[in-house]
Ligand binder design. Sequence first.
Ligand code: MN
Length: 284
Amino acid sequence: MNFLKNSHFVACDNSFKDSKTVIAGLPYDGTSSFRPGSRFAPESIRNYSYAIETFSHEQEKDLMEYKFGDLGNLELPLGSSEAVLTEVENLCSWILENNKKAVYLGGEHLLTYPIIKQYYKKYKDIKVIYFDAHADFREEFTGSRLSHACAAKLTTEVIGDDNLFMFGIRSFEKNEWLDMKKRNIYVDHKVEHFNEVVEKIKGYPVYMSLDMDVFDPACLPALGTPEAGGMFYRDFINLLPGLSKLNIVGVDVLEISPEYDSQGNSSIFAAKVVRELLLNTAEK
Ligand SMILES: [Mn+2]
């Protein structure tokens, strides 16, 4: 495994050994179906992290008070999805063996699949909370099952239908809709119901997959596949008390395409979300 490192997320400057939670960039967008470029997001989010405070008044915690590290970007054999997924599995396995929590910065949503495969090896009772605008439940997309359009379906193949909890989904292809209904997949458009799920899954190891297109393109326009009708920043902040009751063992933040970010708003928005998630999972 090789890492390319130009900078680190603000205040995440501890060594891997000393860190309790590590950031890892996964610069892959090989199956993006509309506006590629999420491979550039990890570096962009890091750069913009210097424009925000390390302190969150929402959680009354400061990044400086904890041991966070940033591995940089995993060097990936771009061009081959299979080879990329193997590298991501190797990275994830190594982080888990060392008992670290991780915040993965993508990159596209297919990356969740190899990550979940490794988490499932370690935690057989893992639950996944999946925030997205899109169902990602296609059987295949343009001839391949290894596509970001199939990420949620691939996740259920690893953890089972009952262990996936999807929020914010507002875009379904007809067959996805029918398949998800038939299989009784948990899908809720109302994040207000999030706390009911929290009560159900607290005590279990939980992985959080956050496709940033769950947010409304009005506040976060630089996305691979923007979709009207999404969450706003305040909706996310309202999730934090629930999240802090959960045993979050890993997080991914995906699908920002910074080439469309002419004002930098989307990366700075994402940097603030990452700060809150790091602090939410922080242990001293
Ligand atoms: Mn999506």
